[in-house]
Design a protein. Structure first.
Length: 464
């Protein structure tokens, strides 16, 4: 919010071309606040402000900018300024930028890198899309187990300035194979002559470069780490992943799941920057599918048209029945999808999940069915709305709600597991999708119960 508060002052300094005071004012700002300010400034002013920043501060702030602001700045700045930014950026932030740009733009920007930085960028971009290799940085400190604490500290002083983090120091053998990691506090608090091998327990967590990014989220959550090493298939230490990057992945994954749960494809872009044709395309597909699925509801109603004509009162409760089933299914689906996402359950737990949802579904159906039964019973004491057969209508609602709610919980809890087992994303068994399926089956359950409970009444009233 700092940028919003001082924005007018910044604008005044820009209009007055008072770049000396503007630079002095902004030099003390943290990079995240500068990025917020730059995002609020439009047009040429954004590039003007960026150009006057000290080089290291400009590069650090650039990494916090949203993608659209980064792209606009790259177009507005001179080639030497773009080269300076890209070469000063951390490798993981630079990879995040380059992988989002069109191929030709990425190629042009790679040519602006120094030979050393170009090799690093090309190596990281060579990992599969959405893999941990695209997320990691090669900027870390690695030491040998035979070194003393004093040697390690001297090594950190000489090479630690460019490291992404110094909270954890990684230990490798003479081939570069990761063999352990040691917290910096343990090193600093140890005697200078003590060897690193004496501080090692050879118990460490790591990630593979080819694993999906989402695997890093669980690792960081389970082991409460600020940095985790990344190895290749041979165990060679190739980089590290830090907690700030994993938080970005977690936020993106949560956003994607929320969007899928709403019955659409994930946007993969900020809401205000995605083009309208792309947004319509991503929303239309699922909407059409759900619409076509809902047509089955009309088909089901047509099948029971005769029962509806004989007992019009049944139509009064149709929205109540199908919405209760859809709501219960959506609840179960949401709980199971989230439990799968955070690792609380796996597909192997299907039997335990089904057992719990059977109990929950029956209990919830009994609660709603009792409320529905009492509502009709009490109302019928003061009104003839439900006719002389109100007892049968009340029982129909009672048993139908039990059946529909129970079926909804079963569908909502098992669909994510089935999709996960088939290798898909459980989030696609979204709330509207589950609700649509339960709507159709709920109608069948409702009128099937009515045909049994109200058989005498239906037989006594021929179809008009």
């Amino acid at each position: 919010m700092l940028g919003a508060l001082i924005g007018p002052e910044i604008q005044e300094l820009i209009r007055a071309r008072d770049f000396a005071n503007l630079r002095a004012l902004l030099a003390a700002w943290p990079p995240p606040d500068l990025a917020e300010l730059l995002s609020e400034i439009e047009g040429e002013d954004q590039a003007v402000v960026f150009r006057i920043l000290p080089r290291d501060l400009a590069s650090a702030s650039f990494a916090y900018l949203p993608l659209d602001s980064q792209e606009s700045l790259l177009k507005a700045l001179a080639q030497d300024q773009v080269a300076a930014i890209l070469n000063d950026m951390s490798a993981d932030d630079r990879t995040a930028l380059l992988e989002e740009l069109p191929g030709e733009a990425t190629k042009r920007l790679l040519e602006l890198l120094t030979p050393q930085e170009r090799v690093i960028a090309q190596r990281l971009l060579g990992y599969p899309e959405d893999s941990i290799g695209r997320l990691m940085t090669p900027d870390y400190v690695a030491v040998r187990e035979e070194w003393t604490v004093d040697e390690v500290l001297n090594h950190i002083r000489a090479h630690g300035r460019d490291s992404e983090t110094l909270n954890v120091i990684f230990v490798v053998d003479d081939r570069g194979i990761l063999i352990d990691d040691v917290r910096l506090r343990d090193i600093v608090l140890s005697p200078a002559s003590r060897k690193i091998a004496d501080l090692m327990d050879r118990k460490f967590v790591f990630l593979h470069a080819d694993e999906p990014k989402e695997h890093a989220i669980k690792t960081f959550a389970d082991y409460d780490r600020t940095a985790v090493p990344v190895t290749d298939t041979q165990g060679l230490l190739v980089g590290i992943v830090t907690v700030d990057d994993v938080l970005d992945v977690a936020q993106a994954a949560a956003t994607e799941d929320f969007q899928k749960a709403g019955g659409m494809e994930a946007l993969d872009e900020p809401y205000l920057t995605i083009t309208l044709p792309r947004m319509i395309k991503k929303r239309a597909g699922w909407l059409v599918l759900l619409f076509l699925s809902e047509m089955l509801t009309a088909t089901a109603l047509g099948f029971f048209e005769g029962q509806i004509a004989k007992a019009v009162v049944l139509a009064l409760f149709l929205p109540l029945i199908i919405s209760s089933g859809g709501n219960s299914g959506s609840q179960a689906s949401t709980l199971v999808i989230r439990a799968l996402a955070v690792g609380e359950v796996t597909v192997r737990d299907w039997l335990a999940i089904l057992r719990r949802e059977l109990i929950c579904g029956a209990a919830l159906g009994l609660i709603l069915g009792t409320i529905g039964f009492l509502r009709i019973t009490v109302w019928s004491q003061f009104s003839d709305l439900y006719g002389p057969h109100w007892q049968g209508v009340a029982l129909t609602i009672f048993f139908s709600l039990i059946g529909v709610v129970l079926w909804g919980t079963i569908m909502g809890s098992t669909l994510p597991l089935i999709i996960k087992r088939l290798g898909g994303d459980p989030a696609v068994s979204s709330t509207p999708f589950v609700a649509t399926l339960v709507d159709v089956t709920g109608i069948a359950i409702y009128f099937s119960v009515a045909m049994v409970v109200l058989s005498d009444m239906l037989a006594a009233h021929p179809t008009p």
